[in-house]
Design a protein around this ligand. Structure first.
Ligand SMILES: C[S@@+](CC[C@H](N)C(=O)[O-])C[C@H]1O[C@@H](n2cnc3c(N)ncnc32)[C@H](O)[C@@H]1O
Length: 417
């Protein structure tokens, strides 16, 4: 714990008091308190992405991200028969950068999309919500509204797109470890004045059910992080749509890769000031905690809720298919002597190109992030973002190469640098 952060100290005391009352708590409960405690939680306080404090998301890397998703949303509106009202519901908008870029691009579109669009933001943190409002203030004339999660429930049955970029990876995970006696779950205890990890039987039947459904069999000593909340969220979100699409962009893998014995240590990581660590119990509420998603579980949940998986691709393929290269700008030439202004411009253009390359190059964020497109109701899957980037042919359902996480080669989720 940093002695400079009284909020973290207060949260730590609350966690210790809960352990004193209940006994050791599942790690998922600890993570929930760290990230979402109504006063001291990391996201509640709006730490993290602000000014790129702990990590950067695609939304903060380059405006192309919002512009290209707007292009995809406009096509989805066309595919849905150009309804008069088309909702775009962004969950967890963070700093509001994506919304600003999306709305600016949508505002420039011709042909009725801007007239039909209703942009809703669902953000539980009041601090982040205030920042989103400030960022969008005066930036768009399109209808924008902040809606609480329970209020969106009352609007159930709308047509449109539900969007979540790097939201589900921040849901609390249950940490399971294989032992000869069967799986044990990491709990957090308070001993000798310190928070420590202890092993206990799985904390609920839901954990066992999830493992059985996902086919998770852990070898002795192998760890896995189980995100039970993400598939529940997917099923709930599919149920909100009368007809439309659910677009999830995040890091993760299919189950066979995620729970493979080669991945001995799971994928959970702590992020603090652009550094990753496995010191999960340090600085409660002051560092981000995040784990890779199980895309197989998300697809299964969508199908069980009556939805359909339309495609799972990489961010690189998705953005390139949507025309990322159109936004690359001219190559930067060297300016002549005594032309400092030109030099500054050239440098800026160079930085822009590098940022766009961060989004799409496979070895940067391009292959680490996946795009899952789910459909609800009667929708088609001939979407530009799912087409072959070079040919425009429809029908590419491609998950891209494996991107191993912690425990294999230490590849992290968020962008840290
Ligand atoms: C890592 S940030 C991602 C921010 C943003 N989407 C971006 O691209 O920069 C996670 C965001 O998800 C929000 N969040 C977490 N759980 C949520 C939930 N159940 N519903 C809506 N937002 C949620 C957090 O408050 C935060 O804004």
């Amino acid at each position: 714990m940093s002695p400079s952060d009284p909020e973290s100290g207060a949260l730590r005391s609350l966690i210790e008091a809960e352990i004193a009352r209940r006994g050791p708590i599942p790690f998922a409960r600890f993570m929930e308190l760290c990230l979402y405690h109504p006063r001291h939680g990391y996201y509640t306080r709006g730490l993290g992405g602000g000014g790129g404090r702990d990590y950067l998301t695609s939304s903060g890397v380059h405006e192309a991200f919002g512009i290209l998703v707007a292009r995809q949303a406009e096509e989805m509106w066309h595919r849905a028969g150009r309804p008069e009202r088309f909702f775009f519901v962004e969950f967890g908008p963070g700093e509001g950068r994506f919304a600003a870029d999306f709305l600016q691009a949508a505002g420039r579109s011709r042909g009725g999309f801007a007239r039909a669009l209703r942009y809703l933001l669902v953000e539980p943190s009041p601090v982040l919500q205030a920042r989103q409002r400030a960022r969008l203030q005066g930036r768009t004339l399109l209808p924008v509204e902040w809606v609480a999660e329970d209020a969106i429930e009352r609007r159930k049955g709308f047509e449109g797109v539900i969007f979540a970029n790097e939201v589900l990876d921040a849901f609390p995970v249950h940490r399971l470890v294989g032992t000869p006696e069967g799986p044990r779950e990491v709990h957090v205890d308070h001993r000798d004045g310190r928070l420590v990890e202890v092993m206990a039987p799985p904390s609920s039947e839901a954990v066992g059910r999830f493992m059985a459904e996902a086919g998770v069999v852990l070898e002795d000593g192998q760890e896995a992080d189980l995100n039970l909340a993400a598939p529940c969220w997917i099923a709930w979100a599919i149920g909100l749509l009368a007809r439309g699409y659910l677009l999830v962009i995040d890091y993760g893998h299919e189950a066979r890769e995620l729970y493979h014995p080669a991945r001995r240590r799971g994928t959970l990581l702590a992020y603090h000031r652009h550094r990753t660590s496995e010191a999960f119990l340090e600085r409660p509420g002051e560092q981000d905690l995040t784990a890779h998603l199980d895309f197989t579980a998300l697809q299964r949940a969508a199908e069980q809720a009556g939805g359909r998986c339309l495609g799972l691709t990489t961010q690189a393929r998705f953005l390139l298919a949507l025309g990322a290269l159109d936004l690359l700008g001219d190559p930067v030439g060297a300016p002549g002597p005594g032309r400092e202004g030109e030099a500054v411009d050239a440098l800026r253009r160079h930085q822009e190109r590098e940022a766009l390359k961060d989004l799409v190059l496979p070895e940067r964020m391009g292959d680490r992030f996946r795009v899952l497109v789910l459909g609800a109701g009667e929708v088609t899957r001939d979407l530009r973002g799912l087409s072959e980037p070079w040919t425009g042919n429809p029908g590419a359902v491609h998950a891209g190469p494996a991107a191993p996480g912690r425990g294999v080669d230490g590849t992290a989720g968020h962008e840290v640098a």
